[in-house]
Design a protein around this ligand. Structure first.
Ligand code: GLC
Length: 612
């Protein structure tokens, strides 16, 4: 056993004996039992200096390593002094519920506290529209819908609610918000963007304050992540993880401002983009990470790689010593290396021992990481505060989500003022694959990484929202394909659009039109002669210009999440539509990329939206 461990155990034993003997441990005795880094009354910088001085090289390398929960044991965490664990998309304990997550987190944390210095882990997760991996959590609208609200205060409240649910499961770090500026709607991550111009994500960095609080260390503070630095939404062709071909002036004007705004709000971490800038991978870009982000923008938090992001630096599979060295020397402080984390530690150790990565760089990375752990009060409150576990999926959070859904609806057409609908004495026919499907209306990053159709988590579908809204003298009939519609109905509602996807699997290089099933369902409704309202449940604008003349009304519902009542609130006039487009709506897919001010003529411009 380490000498230091023996001393620490002896100190704690003396303290324990004193306490059990009823001896009041005076402040000085307790203080004497605490080492400086363990003393919360000392400045964080002092605690960091003290702790750093006590750490071995291996302890420092462990702090820079983030492994996936499915690829580590508790003994690994203790043995390798790992500093961070993550859940990848959909990586959940079984059973998948809040208590099970909290138990899992505490088990991992106890393993970290069992190390000689007892440095707690920081556990990261993609809670990008609610605590979306957790069954029963509140699922909020994806960012593109929140961008349509232009409501900073609302988005900050949502950040706070998400932080409370994350806290209730023990976790400390959210890989959100995505501050990407989506410039080509073919990109599979368009729905993770708040909008196509920097002004909208700039404003929506309010989510950072919601997550972290005005300062870190509050009872529900969760470390936020500004991602993905930088230019992920500007790749040629909207190819995910592709190449952003811009001048430095254009990169700085379009893609950098949201990170400046997030830094101004004290964002604690930044995640590096998979994409390249003019052919150079961001994960190896010393100028953009160290000179610009850490130097010019004075970012004092820590920089984390994306999932196996360092593997891509040389364009070959897996990672090499050169890639490890390049990434760390570029300024990455923590490496998300889900499975091959032992190899990462081995290679980084050899790079340091060979002098190709300096101890100054290792110490800078550790200083940044430890500073956030101290500021989060992880040393004082390492385990789950179970007082918040019951907030997961709470009625209050669902009410907030319902409000956000309503405010995110963008009404694009309303012939003859068909909307809002009356609640009473109406015969309403509902059709479409997205009318009664929580999975489809939530989109990707929901329960699983890619999301999926079906009844995947508790919530209210749009169809049930409509049924909840009408009075007893009305009837609501549903048939996915529209079969059974006839002229006896007062109105038909087609809920159509996209099925779930995430990241590159959502890239659309070809058609951006509705699929055949949706078009057939709408045609069936139209053939009855009944007025047709189309609700488009999608992660992006779709190519609808040729079909639009046959629709009487159109609302972009985006990806609303679990609270479908919010869509009905707008349909029946409980809430007037106030959403406005956060992205330009193409007149044809051939126009992509199409953005405000580029001289092209869209179907609907950025900022368009009708109201009652
Ligand atoms: C993914 C995403 C990133 C996410 C990370 C961890 O590949 O690019 O947004 O935070 O991996 O799941």
């Amino acid at each position: 056993m380490h000498r230091r461990t023996r001393i620490r155990l002896a100190q704690l034993l003396c303290l324990a004996l004193a306490l059990t003997a009823g001896v009041t441990v005076t402040g000085s005795a307790r203080a004497a039992a605490l080492l400086p880094y363990q003393d919360p009354s000392l400045p964080v910088a002092t605690r960091v200096d003290d702790l750093l001085a006590r750490m071995t090289l291996d302890e420092k390398l462990g702090q820079m390593t983030q492994a996936e929960r499915g690829s580590v044991s508790t003994s690994d965490i203790t043995t390798y002094r790992l500093g961070s664990i993550l859940s990848g998309g959909g990586s959940s304990p079984s059973p998948n519920n809040a208590t099970s997550w909290a138990n899992m987190y505490d088990t991992f944390q106890q393993a970290a506290l069992a190390t000689p210095l007892g440095i707690p882990i920081i556990y990261g997760v993609d809670a990008v529209h609610g605590h979306n991996n957790v069954y029963g959590a509140t699922i909020f609208p994806h960012n593109i819908g929140l961008g349509a609200t232009r409501d900073q205060a609302l988005v900050q409240q949502i950040g706070q609610a998400v932080a409370t649910e994350v806290t209730g499961t023990g976790l400390d770090w959210d890989f959100a918000p995505c501050l990407c500026v989506a410039r080509n709607d073919r990109w599979g991550r368009t729905y993770e963007s708040f909008g196509e111009v920097p002004a909208i994500p700039n404003a929506m960095t309010a989510f950072v304050t919601g997550l972290q609080g005005s300062t870190l260390g509050g009872p529900t503070s969760v470390l936020a992540t500004a991602k993905h630095y930088v230019g992920d939404g500007g790749t040629t062709g909207g190819v995910d993880q592709g190449n952003t071909q811009l001048s430095e002036a254009e990169l700085r004007a379009i893609h950098l401002p949201p990170f400046q705004a997030a830094i101004a709000r004290g964002v604690g971490s930044v995640m590096i983009s998979y994409s390249s800038w003019n052919g150079v991978k961001l994960h190896g870009h010393q100028y953009l990470i160290s000179t610009v982000l850490k130097g010019e923008l004075a970012f004092t938090g820590f920089v984390v790689s994306d999932w196996n992001g360092i593997d891509q630096i040389d364009g070959q599979g897996g990672f090499t010593a050169t890639e490890v060295r390049t990434a760390i020397n570029a300024g990455i402080d923590m490496v998300m290396v889900p499975q091959a984390w032992k190899n990462f530690i081995t290679l980084l150790r050899s790079e340091v021992q060979a002098g190709r990565v300096t101890m100054a760089r290792i110490d800078d990375a550790n200083r940044r990481i430890l500073t956030k752990k101290f500021e989060l009060a992880l040393f004082e409150r390492p385990l789950t505060d179970r007082a918040y576990t019951g907030t997961v999926g709470s009625a209050a959070h669902r009410a907030l989500a319902r409000q956000a859904v309503a405010k995110s609806q963008v009404m694009l057409k309303n012939s003859a003022n068909l909307l809002p609908l009356a609640r009473d004495n109406m015969r309403i026919f509902v059709a479409g694959k997205n009318a009664d499907d929580i999975g489809n209306q939530s989109g990707g990053w929901t329960i699983s990484w890619q999301g999926s159709s079906g009844n995947i988590t508790p919530g209210t579908t749009i169809l049930h929202g409509i049924r909840n809204a009408v009075g007893s003298t009305s009837t609501v009939t549903y048939n996915r394909r529209g079969t059974g519609i006839n002229s006896s109905y007062d109105v038909a509602i087609a809920v159509v659009g996209e099925t779930p996807y995430a990241e590159g699997q959502g890239d659309r290089s070809g058609s951006m039109a509705l699929d055949r099933e949706d078009l057939r369902a709408i045609a069936t409704l139209r053939n009855s002669g009944v007025p047709v309202i189309v609700l488009l449940v999608s992660g992006r604008p779709m190519d609808i210009a040729t079909a639009l003349p046959g629709w009487d009304a159109l609302i972009a519902s985006w990806l609303p999440g679990t609270e479908g009542d919010g869509v009905a609130d707008v349909l029946f006039g409980a809430v007037a539509p106030t959403g406005t487009l956060p992205v330009t709506w193409m007149a044809s897919a051939s126009q992509q990329p199409i953005n405000d001010g580029d001289g092209k003529t869209p179907l609907f411009p950025l900022g368009f939206g009708l109201t009652y």
